[in-house]
Write a protein that binds this ligand. Sequence first.
Ligand code: SF4
Length: 413
Amino acid sequence: MAFCDSDGAIYKHPAAIAAFRSGRRFVAVEQEELLPLPDGSTLYVLPERFPVEGRSFKPVSNFNGNKILAVAAFLSSGYLRTYLPAYVKNANAPLLSLWAYCGLVFAGDDFYVPAMRIDSDPRSDPALHRNDGELFKTIKAIRKEYPGNSLVKQLITCSTQYGCLCARNFFLSRYEAPVPTTRTCNALCLGCFSFQKDSGIHVSQYRLAKEPSPEEIAQVMLHHIERVDRAVVSFGQGCEGEPLMRAKDIAQAIKLVRKKTNRGTIHMNTNGSKPDALTMCIDAGLDSVRVSLNSPTEEYYTRYYRPKNYYFNDVLQSIALACKACIFVSLNLFFLPGFTDAESEVKNLFSFLDRFPVDMIQTRNLNIDPDYYLDTIGFVDEPALGIRNLLATVQGRYPDMRLGYYNPPKESF
Ligand code: SF4
């Protein structure tokens, strides 16, 4: 069992063994769930939360007379966690900030996590991003090339202040480039990174300061597409709201790009709330869309997204029309072990996928305090299949459906 002292130093407990958590249940650690902690992952102290011991499933609150705290891992991109950290909260425990907390244990003297590699695409490999010198050089050059472009300015902030790997990839001319465009949103997600109201949770990124014009958007898209093999340019990023709110301008930008080239994959990450707006973008030349969902169950969806002026059914309509238009359709499914793989959720997921046979499921670790999430959506505890079993069953039932983490380029559709 790993634990922290109050200064955040991590220790291996000499006697206690570790436990994990699935939903609200504590579970024993199975060796086949464990991977060495992936490069680029980070570790977190869980404030006012005590680690749970794996034989008794009881909290351990001190060691040698000193208070101890639970510890968790945040996995680098491309890895899906299969269990949560096991802890018991103090009455005064604050809400956890917006990270995806994964169990962490010692095996020998090394850190291990319950996780699986879900995508072999190297685009977020931390080793590729240890190149600040090169980044700053290209930022300088690109800033000079597009002196008045407010979107380039935003991407400089994203790559240097937020450490956004996608924005870094834009300046380094590789893989997928982000194209944030929109300040507003018609949802109020519990786990929104860029807007929080009355939750006490701090956002991880601010929404872009200025909405770029269709011409500025097209300039950035073309810059990337013309330089990169198998380029992907994506609307709908962490530093913005919902791109469908600006569908008219986005459609115009797509048309400007498509007038000049057929190269590159034009993609949108969206909440799928506005079917007509999505149609407008598809008609303009959108190649692929990824619709985010925390759950295929309407009540859990609505309690998480807190939609304004739209309904779950609009999201279903968007997915249906995108499938019908034969563009590449992904679900961005937010995984929380014990909830996503709970029996009733799995049943609903299969009915959903039978109805909407999307091309891909991107398995995303849900970044949120697990208790806050389960309490707010009103999930009552139930048996779970296990994340590995769920994914194996999905693969068996839908052999043509891709599982992964990143938006693929159209050359691989
Ligand atoms: S849909 Fe996206 S931008 Fe809108 S509230 Fe949810 S996470 Fe935030």
